[in-house]
Design a protein around this ligand. Structure first.
Ligand SMILES: [Mg+2]
Length: 274
């Protein structure tokens, strides 16, 4: 075979390989482009972690064990006898609603208050690890418990039933404060309780379960406010982990909830890489 024929065959070979690889890449790209993003696909890992990781259980125990120590410290600090109270949030603080997140993932749905209320109406949420023990411990120390939650007032009966089924103390009409008129700030309810009680401790999975100072995350995701109050955590505030949803997520979307495609874009944009 002549030299120039071999050379031509070599060029042809390289060209064919490159064409094949281009076709593969294009195919791959077409598949990726055509993938529809399921509305709740991003919740898979967080929900699995919440439901299936032993670390999650350990972390809840750790927080509630520490809540007992923090409560004892607060009680020791008291100089005069007062009516004491511990305030806890409900969802992802004492009750586990992760089956609702799983339903969203499996059906490819986003959160709506209608589907949420279908879930809470069942009154089937399980108590989170350590929560029943802690609330009973606080009761044994002479504290009353108030549950301040942003569930709507029309969820009250089912919530009381659910919490009684799970053996929470003070799960009654008087001690469960739900949201009225879509008012998401808990401050007016805290103030109402503070008229008659000394609030010793707050327990929640969202910083707004403690104070509205944490509501605005427009500056550095709210990190600076948390840093400025770091001594309050483990002292007056006990925070539980919730990787599934919360105020932190809204901060990633710039303080609003856009459509799913836009949310997906903003989640990727917020990721810090190298
Ligand atoms: Mg909560």
């Amino acid at each position: 075979m002549k030299k120039h024929t071999i050379f031509l065959m070599l060029i042809l070979g390289i060209y064919l390989i490159s064409c094949n690889s281009k076709t593969q890449n294009q195919k791959q790209k077409t598949v990726c482009d055509s993938l529809e993003i399921s509305a709740s696909e991003h919740l898979v890992d967080a929900t699995l972690w919440f439901q299936k990781s032993a670390e999650m259980r350990a972390l809840y125990y750790q927080c509630y064990n520490y809540a007992k120590i923090a409560l004892d410290k607060q009680l020791k600090k008291q100089k005069e006898k007062t009516k004491n109270v511990v305030i806890l949030d409900i969802d992802e603080t004492v009750l586990d609603n992760s089956p609702y997140q799983s339903m969203l993932i499996k059906k490819g749905l986003s959160y709506t208050s209608e589907t949420w209320k279908e879930w809470t109406k069942l009154a089937k949420a399980k108590a989170l690890p350590g929560s029943v023990e802690f609330t009973n411990y606080a009761k044994s120390k002479g504290c009353e418990i108030f549950y301040v939650s942003n569930r709507d007032i029309d969820e009250k009966d089912a919530t009381i039933k659910n919490m009684n089924n799970e053996n929470f103390p003070f799960a009654d009409e008087k001690h469960i404060y739900l949201r009225v008129n879509k008012e998401s700030s808990k401050i007016p309810r805290f103030k109402q309780i503070a008229k008659d009680y000394q609030i010793l401790l707050f327990v929640g999975d969202n910083l707004r379960d403690f104070d509205e100072i944490f509501a605005n995350r427009s500056n550095n995701y709210g990190f600076n406010v948390v840093d400025s109050l770091k001594n309050k955590f483990g002292d007056k505030f006990i925070l539980l982990p919730n990787p599934m949803y919360g105020e932190w997520e809204k901060a990633i979307y710039g303080g609003a909830y856009p459509n799913e495609k836009e949310k997906n874009k903003l989640r990727k944009k917020a990721l810090q890489s190298f």
